[in-house]
Design a protein around this ligand. Structure first.
Ligand code: ADP
Length: 485
């Protein structure tokens, strides 16, 4: 295994089976301690991005017809090594992204499990043999790889999101060009380095780190790329959709959320507060499934707000790797500016900041922000309509269940939605009427399994679902063959 992370090491790009020098190297700063660099990472220029696409194209004919046992074994080796190194890579994740060590190790474990799941899926590719309506003819429906797949990922799940795109892409015989977020190249590099030693032929998997607007743009617009899977902001997602579909490439997008957690009068208040605090503030609220709108009915509203505030007071905000930290720092200056600006916007709109929302200092220079809770908000306010992507949640007070459902669905997004209730009738009804792709009953809106579909409706997602058996919808294409015997 040999390789261990060191701040002095320069981390290269991986193209066509070789480690390749970048045009420049940039330090990967720790948001808990800005005086610490996690390592230097190569940035690709346009030429390197084109090389990566060419390498993936050249490797496609062989890999697309490769033996499924070879694919399964290679993916399984990746999963096994990730799991064996979960503490080490989890620490790297916490240091480069700022989620807590526990959350970081959890995410790495999930990534390892995803590779193992898709090792199995590689063996389960199947088709259908269908009788024809014509005598002496039969029809075969089979699944084939899509081709060269560009994978573009954000910084907030720097290993799990790459894993849930890369693993199915490779399992189903596609070749990959992977461009992680510039902010978190460490985990992307670590997983790429493992892949580089796990038995995939040269060019099947390529890593290019670099700016979205330069490197990402080439990976999206290149005519040699057959499909693009993207997770990130709404704005970039729309841009990619237009650019890629113009030349009929297949596109899958996961974008924002403005996820409601509905708390009804009959809720177990402890469960409600747990779900709200977990869903809104853990991982520093930097999750597209975060519960950013807490929609609470009249009867339980005051008790819920009071108990939530006392829980927020007890949350320890600090260095991501310190053992007693509950909430790590915000990822970088521009995200912190965005969080603080929404706190001002909320105040300006007449929402009452009931707790937090302040820049706080710790022993090290980091982007520390206390969890912010707005009350007395209206669902039409910008803080209830736009994704903030930080430790900021709002409470919307509603009269009863019907209004709660209306407010929950009154958003341009539709990723995740939750309800906390002891009423089977309301739980059942909410599952049906929620216009989100994922619905949680007495659970936080964030925190999902790795073996079942992930995705949303409306402005949150585009294209087939990710993860689990559904991943094949995006990473394969269907062929119908008619055979006369
Ligand atoms: P975030 O707010 O998470 O940074 P972005 O949508 O800006 O959201 O970034 C998500 C990913 O998309 C990153 O890897 C980024 O480099 C990439 N990206 C940004 N702009 C483009 C673009 N024009 N084309 C392709 N990828 C892009």
């Amino acid at each position: 295994m040999g390789y261990r992370f060191s701040p002095m090491t320069q981390h290269d790009l991986f193209i066509g089976g070789s480690w390749v020098k970048g045009a420049v190297y940039q330090p990967n700063l720790n948001p808990s301690n800005l005086d610490e660099s996690v390592g230097e990472y190569a940035h690709a220029d346009e030429a390197k991005a084109k090389d990566a696409v060419a390498a993936a194209r050249a490797a496609l004919p062989e890999w697309s017809r490769s033996n499924i046992q070879t694919r399964a074994d290679a993916l399984d080796r990746v999963g096994t090594e990730i799991l064996a190194r979960r503490e080490e890579i989890g620490r790297l994740l916490a240091r480069e992204e700022g989620k807590t060590l526990k959350e970081g190790i959890g995410e790495v474990t999930r990534a390892g499990n995803i590779f193992k799941f898709f090792a199995g899926e590689a063996l389960r590719i199947s088709g259908e043999l269908v009788p024809s309506v014509r005598s002496g003819v039969h029809v075969e429906v089979t699944r084939e790889p899509v081709g060269v797949v560009t994978i573009i990922t954000p910084w907030n799940f720097p290993i799990a999101i790459p894993a849930w795109k890369i693993a199915p892409a490779l399992a189903f015989g596609n070749t990959v060009v992977f461009k992680p977020a510039e902010l978190t190249p460490g985990c992307a590099w670590a997983v790429s380095e493992i892949i580089s030693r796990s038995g995939f032929p040269a060019g099947v998997f390529n890593l290019v780190i670099g700016k979205g607007r330069i490197v990402g743009e080439i990976l999206v617009t290149s005519p040699e790329v057959d499909a693009v899977s993207f997770t990130g902001s709404v704005e970039t997602g729309h841009h990619i959709l237009l650019a890629a579909t113009k030349r009929h490439a297949k596109v899958q997008l996961e974008m924002g959320g403005k996820n409601p957690l509905v708390v009804l009068d009959d809720a177990d208040i402890e469960v409600a507060v747990d779900c709200a605090v977990q869903g809104a503030f853990y991982s520093t609220g930097q999750r597209c499934t975060a519960s950013s709108r807490l929609v609470v009915t009249d009867g339980i509203h005051d008790a819920f707000v009071e108990k939530t505030i006392s829980r927020l007071k007890a949350l320890r905000v600090g260095d991501a790797v310190a053992p007693d930290t509950d909430v790590g720092p915000v990822v970088d200056q521009s995200q912190l500016d965005q969080d603080l600006s929404y706190i001002e916007i909320g105040r300006g709109e007449g929402a009452r900041l009931a707790f937090g929302g302040e820049r706080i200092s710790r022993d090290t220079r980091g982007y520390y922000l206390s969890p912010a809770l707005f009350v007395e908000t209206d669902n039409r306010m910008r803080v209830n309509r736009e994704e903030i992507f930080g430790p900021v949640a709002t409470v919307v007070r509603v009269k009863g269940y019907e209004e709660a459902v209306e407010v929950a669905n009154d958003t341009e997004f539709g990723l995740s939605a939750g309800v906390v209730t002891t009423s089977l009738k309301h739980a059942d009804d909410f599952k049906r009427r929620s216009r989100a792709g994922m619905v949680m009953v007495n659970l936080p809106t964030a925190g999902v399994d790795y073996h079942v579909p992930f995705g949303g409706t409306k402005g949150s997602s585009y294209g087939p679902r990710e993860q689990g058996r559904y991943a094949r919808e995006f990473y394969t294409t269907v062929k119908t063959a008619y055979v006369s015997s």
